[in-house]
Design a binder for this molecule. Structure first.
Ligand SMILES: NC(=O)c1ccc[n+]([C@@H]2O[C@H](COP(=O)([O-])OP(=O)(O)OC[C@H]3O[C@@H](n4cnc5c(N)ncnc54)[C@H](O)[C@@H]3O)[C@@H](O)[C@H]2O)c1
Length: 312
């Protein structure tokens, strides 16, 4: 069934892969984005008559209300994403990541599908060898983590929405982000041949951007079955520490050297392993491995040689 989908922040890193995928599935897509990064990532799909682009702010009720009204499906990606971006603009972080979501919820009718992207960084410090499930309490420390988790609560309180708690996403997008952990480390491996690690033993979970997009499509396709809950989405065979991630990258870039030094601290104190069993039981399985992503990123960094494609 083809639907009318509103994607706020649709010109971002995930949106620029999601929007072409939604169009390819036959859906009509409206993108609301303020093009915060002057990104041109949707040029490729502008020829498609089923795509509408609205340049505007997701916080503006006069802009958002008519777009919500005519949509069947709402995918609110618009956000200030990542800790540095939020710390640099705390008012923006609260109003975009949280208040704009509340506004969207107030404008939505229960029959409209709402699929929200949250972050699993809110799990913070996990218990050793215990997998974080959707029942594990969220305790984000950073402003970014808090605004996302507060927004998720508002989303789930509706009882009729889906929240996808994404692992750290990696891979190529026409609106590239080099600040994400895997993307950043592969850039350093290819360009510099070295990285200094802090909190090298802290574990995280990872997910390819195309699998993040497939998770949205899965939620859309199986909405009735999934509605009402949060779902961890990540690679179940990639609960890896930063050091283990570097060891994997080194298999592909043998000259890569990594050293440990106490030069920083994770603002969310992330150190956890995640179970993705709940969404897997609904029939979703990632298709792109960490090694696929590392090989892809090595190709990407023959083209891009700069960290300026980041939210930091
Ligand atoms: N990338 C990840 O690892 C990851 C993990 C978990 C959750 N998420 C969530 O997924 C969503 C998309 O993340 P991303 O990685 O694509 O980030 P991104 O920064 O590339 O995308 C955010 C988009 O929102 C737009 N935007 C910002 N403020 C806006 C405003 N006021 N009005 C309209 N548009 C605005 C930006 O121009 C950009 O296109 C975010 O909600 C993020 O919290 C991302």
């Amino acid at each position: 069934m083809t639907r009318k989908v509103l994607v706020t922040g649709g010109a971002g890193y995930i949106g620029s892969v999601l929007v072409p995928a939604l169009l390819a599935e036959g859906h009509s897509v409206t993108v609301l984005d303020n093009f915060h990064y002057s990104q041109t990532s949707l040029l490729e799909v502008c020829a498609d008559e089923r795509l509408r682009i609205v340049r505007g702010d997701a916080r503006e009720e006069s802009v958002l209300a008519p777009l919500v009204k005519e949509a069947d499906v709402l995918i609110p990606l618009a956000a200030l994403v990542g800790v540095p971006a939020c710390d640099a603009d705390p008012v923006g972080a609260k109003t975009i990541n949280h208040d704009a979501l509340r506004l969207l919820i107030s404008l939505r009718s229960a029959s409209q599908n709402l699929i929200f992207p949250c972050t699993n960084s809110g799990y913070g410090i996990g218990q050793k060898d215990r997998y974080c499930t959707e029942e594990t309490p969220l305790k984000p420390i950073s402003l970014y983590g808090r605004t996302k988790v507060d927004a998720e609560k508002a989303v789930l309180d509706t009882g009729t929405a889906v929240s996808l708690r994404f692992a750290t996403v990696f891979g190529a997008s026409p609106r590239m982000r080099t600040d994400l952990l895997v993307n950043d480390f592969v850039l350093r491996a290819v360009r510099d041949g070295a990285v200094v690690l802090y909190e090298a033993h802290a574990k995280r979970n990872y997910l390819h951007v195309r699998d993040a997009v497939r998770a949205f499509l899965h939620a859309l396709q199986h909405y009735e079955a999934l509605a009402g809950g949060p779902y961890n989405v990540g690679l179940s065979d990639a609960n890896l520490s930063k050091k283990e991630l570097c060891e994997r990258i080194k298999l592909h870039v043998p000259r890569f050297t990594f050293l440990e030094a106490p030069v920083g601290r994770d603002p969310d104190q992330r150190d956890y392993i995640v179970s993705n069993e709940k969404i897997e039981k609904t029939g979703f399985k990632p298709r792109h491995s960490l090694d696929d992503g590392i090989r892809e990123l090595i190709r990407v960094y023959q083209i891009l040689r700069t960290s300026s494609y980041g939210n930091a």
